[in-house]
Design a protein around this ligand. Structure first.
Ligand SMILES: Cc1cc2nc3c(=O)[nH]c(=O)nc-3n(C[C@H](O)[C@H](O)[C@H](O)COP(=O)(O)OP(=O)(O)OC[C@H]3O[C@@H](n4cnc5c(N)ncnc54)[C@H](O)[C@@H]3O)c2cc1C
Length: 285
């Protein structure tokens, strides 16, 4: 394993907010999980940091990265489909490129989400009616004691933007995908284009801040509440997509939290709807 000390964590969050992490450990081998988990008090597994808001100040947290876990392996070829094992550190975009090259279909709708495979599996990420679990057969996890096991999809519970993996704080090491042939290039390109048009990608952000409440859209509620461009310090509700909070330059953790708390309060007062955050808020204590 590689261990970096006193790391500026804002460089590892897509929001460009965050203090100094005690250490950042880059895991190089499965055998290292047990040692790390038994010798550290507080760990946080970081993927691409596209959904993680990190506190400011000195963070008494060991950040762990699976960035070196990038392999893609064909495990079985059947008549109707292939089984492909993908390690957690791979960017979703690289997996989509691999699918295009090998003519596999199933994840075109989620093309363009900037997360890692591990991050997406952890929270069952998705878009446009597709969730990553739609194509999963099995997940290789490491539990909190460092035990590694492979769990079939039927042994796991998962729903909208959460999974048993997330609730139990397990680590995703790899996922086994079941892909049929027939990559839909037009669909993937269309979804990537829609993201460029609809999302405020000129500023650091973490994607959708709040989960969509049942039957409605968080962005619509925030817009109807008149909160577009509501700002605290350098954190602002995006005009282009009001479920996004953008960092206009030097936003602090407390600025982003100020926006989140205000949006929750106003939406509850106006519509009696409790917004729940989709992003992960990592506090120092
Ligand atoms: C512009 C933009 C657009 C987005 N659009 C979408 C969208 O359409 N749909 C959607 O679902 N999300 C979207 N997101 C959010 C984000 O990309 C996803 O939530 C993604 O799954 C996060 O992956 P990550 O690797 O960046 O995770 P991180 O932010 O690094 O971590 C998020 C959570 O996953 C955990 N985690 C990371 N790696 C692992 C692992 N190997 N094992 C276990 N837990 C792990 C972390 O501990 C943390 O709890 C968007 C984000 C941005 C910035």
């Amino acid at each position: 394993m590689k261990v970096l000390k006193n790391v500026e964590m804002k460089e590892y969050s897509h929001m460009k907010v965050g203090g100094i992490g005690k250490e950042l450990i880059i895991i190089e081998d499965r055998k290292e999980f047990k040692e790390i988990l038994s010798t550290r008090d507080r760990v946080y597994f970081l993927g691409n940091g596209t959904n993680t808001l990190i506190d400011d100040g000195n963070l008494d947290i060991s950040f762990i990265s699976l960035k070196d876990f990038q392999n893609i392996t064909v495990e079985a070829k059947k008549d109707e489909y292939d089984l492909i094992r993908v390690e957690a550190g791979l960017d979703l975009d690289n997996l989509i490129d691999y699918m295009e090259k090998n003519d596999y279909t199933g994840l075109e709708n989620i093309a363009g989400i900037p997360g890692s495979v591990g991050g997406l599996v952890n929270m069952n990420g998705g878009a446009y009616g597709t969730e990553i679990f739609d194509c999963i057969e099995e997940v290789e996890i490491c539990d909190c004691k460092g035990e590694i096991k492979k769990l079939k999809k039927s042994e796991l519970t998962f729903k909208y933007r959460t999974t048993e993996i997330k609730e139990n704080k397990w680590i995703v090491i790899s996922a086994l995908f079941k892909f049929k042939k027939g990559f839909d290039r037009e669909c993937a390109e269309d979804k990537r284009d829609q993201r460029k048009t609809k999302h405020p990608l000129d500023y650091p952000n973490l994607g959708s801040t709040f989960k969509n409440p049942e039957g409605t859209f968080a962005a619509q509620l925030i817009s109807d509440a008149g909160l577009k461009e509501y700002r605290v310090g350098d954190a602002q509700v995006a005009f282009k997509h009001p479920n996004f909070i953008i960092n206009l330059g030097n936003a602090k953790f407390s600025d982003v939290m100020g926006v989140i708390d205000h949006v929750k309060k106003v939406v509850f007062e106006k519509f009696n709807v409790k917004l729940e955050t989709e992003i992960i808020i990592l506090k120092n204590n």
